[in-house]
Every structure is written in structure tokens, then in C-alpha cells.
Design a protein around this ligand. Structure first.
Ligand code: PEP
Length: 250
């Protein structure tokens, strides 16, 4: 089954509203490829302005997180319906920085996945092992438990709407990239798990992005591998030149 490639940029805690719109406009200007999905995830304050700037173009917009209640006394949180109304179609969930610095657990990932689906947002669910876990040969176990917890209770119809991002924690922002073999093997394990937990269609159709120090120089090799359906890019998504370079190389 052919899966459309996606190149996604996670802007993390970078850029003011004006800077975000300028970057989105520069991407629009330089974007040549029409055969893959391009997605950008600005900070919350910039989502609406960026979504307006790319409206009617092939560039998709994502939130970097969401809360699982639609509204209420939950100071500083942002909900799925709010993201959707601001122009987002996707939302990143369970990024390792959320797990590491903000107490994200499999249970909270699961709440967020359900809330995203309920709001009509496509969840991009991040999983990945630490260096210690990889060195202790625990990668497959860690991925399985993150998937089992994060996707608990979902049915196949819901699972068909997911995107998974495999992001080894040791490769994020470190300049160390997983080798093409390491990435493809982890993606194959995730794919097999999806097949066992849901069905063959989910196994073959759900896209699995790789994240961890992707640059234009290593993108082609990684994205050419059978089970790698795109990239989730942090640092190299912050300039149009770098991000377009990855898109062109994909
Ligand atoms: C990320 O934060 O999702 C990421 C992969 O970052 P970087 O590309 O900078 O390693």
C-alpha cells in the first residue's frame, strides 16, 4: 500500500506571531513539491495567523499539544475545538519533551488522543526510547508500552486516523540521527504492533514519521526506507531554507 509522505515541522517554543507568519510565507513561496504533505506546528499564539497565511495552500497546520477538556477552569490549557477553530487540522501528542519536562504519561497521552479525535483533529502520536533503554535492548518493549497506553481503548476506525512519530529521545536535538536501519526496524516493529492490536489495513495504512535530527543531508536516505513515511523535524524546520531542503530531498 502506498502511503503519502509527510514532512512536518515542530517549531517548539520558537518565533513570535510575525516571525511565524514570515516563515510560513517563505515556505509557501519556495514550496515546489505537490506529491507530499507538508505540515507546520507553530506556538499556540501563532496558530491562527499562520493558518490564515497558508489558507487554501497545501500546507497543513498543527498544534503542539492540547488539553482533553473542551473548556472550563483549566488555566493555561488549550482544547481541541479551540485548535480546530484557529485553523489547525492536526495536533502533536506525547512529544518526548512533554514527557520529560511536563509530566506527560501514557494515560494523559491517551486522554489527549481521544480529545483530538473527538475534535476532528489528526493526532500525531510521538513514541521513542531513551539512550539507556536502547542500550538495555528495551526499545521494542518501550515502544509497545507507549503505544498500548497511548492508544488504549481506540477502535480500528479511530486508529485509521492516526499518524505515529517514532522519535528516539537520544536523537532529538542532539545531532545524532538513528541510522536508516535503526529507524526502519523501529518503524517495522510499530507497524507490526498496529497490525496485531488493530488489523492489517491499519498496519499498512497508518503513516509513521521519523524524528530526530533530520536534515536535508540525511532525509533522502531515511525517507526512502520501506516503513518510514516522512519526518517530524525540530531544529531544521526553523528556517525556510533548511525545511525546504528536507522537503526537496524527501
Ligand atoms: C523534534 O523535536 O520532534 C525533533 C525531531 O527535533 P530535532 O529535529 O531538532 O531533533
Amino acid at each position: 500500500m502506498s502511503r503519502t509522505l509527510m514532512v512536518a515541522g515542530n517549531w517548539k517554543l520558537h518565533k513570535t506571531v510575525d516571525e511565524s507568519v514570515a516563515l510560513a510565507q517563505a515556505l509557501l513561496k519556495g514550496l515546489q513539491r505537490k506529491d507530499l504533505d507538508v505540515l507546520i506546528a507553530p506556538t499556540f499564539p501563532a496558530i491562527h495567523a499562520v493558518a490564515q497565511a497558508v489558507k487554501g495552500s497545501p500546507i497543513l497546520v498543527a498544534g503542539q499539544n492540547l488539553y482533553w477538556q473542551d473548556q472550563g477552569a483549566f488555566t493555561a490549557e488549550v482544547s481541541g475545538p479551540m485548535l480546530k477553530a484557529a485553523g489547525a487540522s492536526h495536533v502533536i501528542i506525547g512529544h518526548s519533551e512533554r514527557r520529560q519536562f511536563f509530566g506527560e504519561t501514557e494515560k494523559t497521552v491517551n486522554h489527549r488522543v481521544n480529545a483530538a479525535l473527538k475534535a476532528g483533529l489528526t493526532p500525531i502520536v510521538c513514541v521513542g526510547e531513551t539512550l539507556e533503554e536502547r542500550e538495555a535492548n528495551q526499545t521494542a518493549d518501550v515502544l509497545q508500552s507507549q503505544l498500548a497506553g497511548g492508544l488504549a481503548g481506540l477502535d480500528a476506525k479511530q486508529a485509521a486516523k492516526l499518524i505515529i512519530a517514532y522519535e528516539p529521545v537520544w536523537a532529538i536535538g542532539t545531532g545524532k540521527t538513528a541510522s536508516e536501519d535503526q529507524a526502519d526496524q523501529a518503524h517495522a516493529e510499530i507497524r507490526a504492533w498496529l497490525g496485531g492490536r488493530f488489523d492489517k489495513n491499519i498496519e499498512n495504512s497508518v503513516r509513521i514519521l521519523y524524528g530526530g535530527s533530520v536534515k536535508s543531508a540525511n532525509a533522502a536516505g531515511l525517507l526512502n526506507r520501506e516503513h518510514v513515511d516522512g519526518a517530524l523535524v525540530g531544529g531544521a524546520s526553523l528556517t525556510a531554507e533548511d525545511f525546504l531542503g528536507i522537503i526537496e530531498a524527501a
